[in-house]
Design a protein around this ligand. Structure first.
Ligand code: GDG
Length: 733
């Protein structure tokens, strides 16, 4: 086994159970054996399954657990009531499964959810070293990735969600939606079972946080979170071992004898409302009504492992199910024939394997399910077990597994009639056809078991860039020193600064994005130095720049270089007098149409440009309308002297002769600096950046943001501001 002491797994529950006498026993869940089978010897951090009040001598227990490579997070009864039963199970679980009517909200739960996530972070950090890999599992710990990142020790952080991720409209119900998403985005890799869940997650980021993402990544100021589809597999090695055991052989022959010539339809699940057990019973009832010929010839065995007992919703469900099971047996049973056995208990894996091997049908009909491993185990068992009878899987379309198992009989579990028909189809299906379906799915499932899943996820995490322990070296910090030295040596310095997205962040309403007093003072101080020239080179109209920056003693350039107002003058002049703007009459109607079609969008008219703003529109619809508009403008502007520019939530049509680059070239000729800097965030700033190879001065170019750019340096608004502040300090010092 490869020893990898630097991997830490974190999940709500540990793969050990502490019994009443305080003795820890390893449990063999799919996840645990998947990870062991993949050769990963990891420390496991989690809750040991009993409230701290019931456990004696916690220090000693911690010691004993460390022998099993396990680090416990002890939780008290009040913490479990709020963090676990409350926020995790009563709020997040139904919400993530899109069962909005079951979502319970209480303001009392989230504070402890946060506090317990913090406790998990503390335990992880007690064991983690820089460079270690931490793999976090499931929705109980949505806040943990960010907490670990903020600890700043340079961990590789992975997160895997075992449930579905719902549509943004549902996720938005949560009062704490921003905190949860921000917490999760602290991870380097975030994994989902299906592409559909990933798509929902991306659209939720956009709608809740306004964060745009790529198909497989989310850029943030401090790191990039990779998004991946990593469908979990079943623990194949565990099943093969069970199939080779004597207990299996014994169970198989016992059950075979009990069944006789009768056919077996099997269901295996936790007793949870997501699993659709009442609907399954309704389908069984309908089948028995519609297919009297099968009565007495088929036996239904439903294994429902007790889950979350003591919670009224689950207890009510158990009662409802037991009542209907009794009713079905009463209605369709006969002397010596009980059609339906409902077993509210767990069984050893060998027993389960024997039932899989014998079952003619496995009925997996959750209303919604992240993946569903029973479906995979059943087919894998049919594929590898020589004694197995051929069988067919009836599978809900709403289980993640349906994406990988198209040779099952796929059903809508809400459509009781169609499930009843699928049971009949499955029972009547020829063995040859059952084997064909198993062979079509089995080999792929076997290759992609839990071990392969863990290996692939950890490989994706290993490829994620390792954050450095120290804060990232900021080349702009060095540049401030270089600039200050040059000025001290008597050289002239010029700063060409875009405004929106460069000096100031965007707001929903552009008129609110005004400079703070600190920013104004900073620009004033820099511009005051006799060897330093500062020009604000913006796309804004003249009156905005005049109003907010006009008293600072700076050169102001508006509308991307259409007009300027030089230091010491109070009038605006056209940079290139006589630019023709007759083209506006052709373009304006197209933009007016876009405003009508896109609620929340608006048209802005500048002297040299027309701008369609869609920052306040629905983000996805706005993007879609912008794409339509751009394709329409391609035709409309083909013969006009304009440039069409798609910027941050804007589409701008501007005169071709106007450019920031052209005006910066003139200002440089005028100032005569030895050294200069141009900073900007969008496509219009690229014309400034293009000058870096053209002019005979040292021009440093800074792109504020992540998009493609020819600028040599990257920054964000805060770091650029820090750079300017550091320059001011050094110039004054
Ligand atoms: C969550 C997600 C996702 C069941 N009864 C017995 C028993 N089992 C085993 C099965 C299977 C496992 O429990 C159940 O896994 P599922 O995937 O079906 O469902 P959840 O428990 O809801 O799991 C789910 C999963 O996480 C993994 O990401 O697929 O969507 O909800 O392995 O065999 N095992 C034994 N006796 C039983 O009586 N020994």
């Amino acid at each position: 086994m490869v020893r990898m002491p630097n991997t830490i797994l974190v999940s709500n529950r540990l793969p050990v159970r502490v019994d009443a006498a305080g003795n820890p026993k390893r449990t063999q869940g799919g996840l645990a054996s998947g990870l062991v089978g993949a050769g990963i010897d990891a420390l496991w951090v989690g809750w040991p399954g009993a409230p701290a009040e019931q456990l004696k001598n916690l220090d000693e227990l911690r010691e004993r657990l460390s022998d099993l490579n396990v680090a416990p997070v002890f939780l008290t009864k009040p913490e479990l009531d709020t963090y676990y039963e409350g926020y995790s199970n009563a709020t997040l679980w139904p919400l993530l499964h899109s069962l909005a009517s079951r979502v319970a909200l209480s303001q009392d739960w989230f504070p402890n959810y946060q506090a317990v996530n913090q406790r998990f972070a503390e335990v992880v950090l007690q064991h983690a070293k820089p460079g270690d890999t931490v793999w976090i599992h499931d929705f109980h710990l949505f806040l943990l990735p960010r907490m670990l990142r903020e600890a700043g020790i340079g961990l590789r952080i992975g997160f895997f969600l075992h449930t579905p991720f719902p549509s943004s409209d549902l996720f938005r119900i949560l009062p704490e939606r921003e905190a949860l998403l921000t917490g999760l985005l602290g991870a380097d890799v975030i994994g989902f079972h299906t592409y559909g869940y990933l798509r929902h997650f991306r659209s939720t980021l956009l709608r809740v946080l306004g964060t745009e993402s790529e198909v497989n990544s989310v850029r943030q100021s401090d790191h990039v979170a990779q998004l991946g589809v990593h469908p979990i597999g079943h623990d194949h090695r565990g099943f093969v071992a069970a199939l080779a055991s004597t207990q299996f052989t014994q169970s198989l022959s016992d059950h075979q004898m009990q069944l006789g010539t009768r056919r077996l339809v099997l269901g295996v699940e936790r007793l949870d409302y997501t699993k659709g057990i009442p609907q399954k019973l309704a389908a069984i009832r309908q089948f028995l009504v519609n297919h009297a010929e099968w009565r007495k010839r088929v036996l239904f065995v439903l294994i429902a492992v007790p889950s979350r007992q003591g919670i009224s919703e689950y207890d009510d469900l158990t009662e409802e199910v037991q009542r209907e099971v009794g009713a079905i047996n009463g209605d369709f049973g006969a002397i010596g024939y009980v059609p339906l056995q409902f077993l509210h208990q767990g069984f050893p894996q060998t027993e389960l394997a024997a039932l899989y091997a014998l079952a003619d049908i496995c009925l997996v009909t959750p209303l919604v399910d992240g993946m569903n491993l029973v479906a995979k185990e059943y087919i894998a068992c049919k594929a590898v077990c020589e004694q197995a009878r051929p069988g067919v899987l009836v599978l809900s379309e709403f289980a993640g597994a349906a994406h990988e198992m198209s040779d099952a009989l796929l059903v809508n579990p809400h459509d009781v009639g169609s499930v009843a028909t699928a049971i009949a189809t499955g029972l009547e299906m020829p063995d040859l056809e059952r084997r064909r379906r198993t062979n079509a799915m089995g080999p792929r499932l076997i290759r992609n078991g839990a071990q392969a899943w863990a290996r692939k996820f950890l490989a994706a995490l290993a490829n994620a860039a390792l954050p450095s322990k120290a804060a990232p070296r900021d080349s702009l910090v060095d540049l401030a020193k270089t600039f200050a030295n040059a000025v001290r040596a008597g050289q002239r310095l010029a700063l060409f600064l875009d405004y929106d997205g460069t000096l100031r962040g965007f707001t929903k309403n552009p008129s609110e994005a005004v400079p703070s007093e600190e920013l104004r003072a900073l620009l004033r101080d820099l511009g005051k130095h006799e060897l330093v020239h500062v020009a604000i080179v913006s796309g804004r109209p003249a009156d905005f720049l005049e109003q907010h920056l006009g008293d600072l003693g700076l050169d102001l350039v508006c509308e991307h270089g259409y007009r300027w107002r030089r230091i010491g003058s109070d009038t605006w002049q056209s940079v290139q007098p006589g630019i023709n703007t007759d083209w506006k009459d052709h373009v304006r109607p197209v933009l007016e149409q876009a405003v009508d079609n896109t609620p929340g969008s608006a048209l802005e008219e500048k002297h040299s440009a027309l701008v369609w703003h869609y920052r306040r529109a629905d983000p996805e619809f706005g993007q879609w309308c912008a794409n339509n508009l751009l394709s329409e403008l391609t035709d409309v502007t083909a013969s006009l002297p304009v440039i069409v520019h798609h910027g941050h939530k804007i589409v701008e049509i501007a005169s071709q002769l106007v450019s920031k680059g052209a005006i910066v070239r003139r200002l440089i000729a005028d100032y005569g600096p030895a050294i200069a800097l141009a900073a900007g965030d969008d496509q219009t700033d690229e014309t400034m950046f293009a000058l870096q190879s053209e002019l005979g001065i040292e021009l440093h170019t800074v792109c504020v943001g992540d998009g493609p750019s020819r600028a040599r340096l990257r920054s964000d608004i805060t770091r650029l501001r820090n750079f300017l502040e550091s320059l001011r300090t050094q110039l004054n010092g």
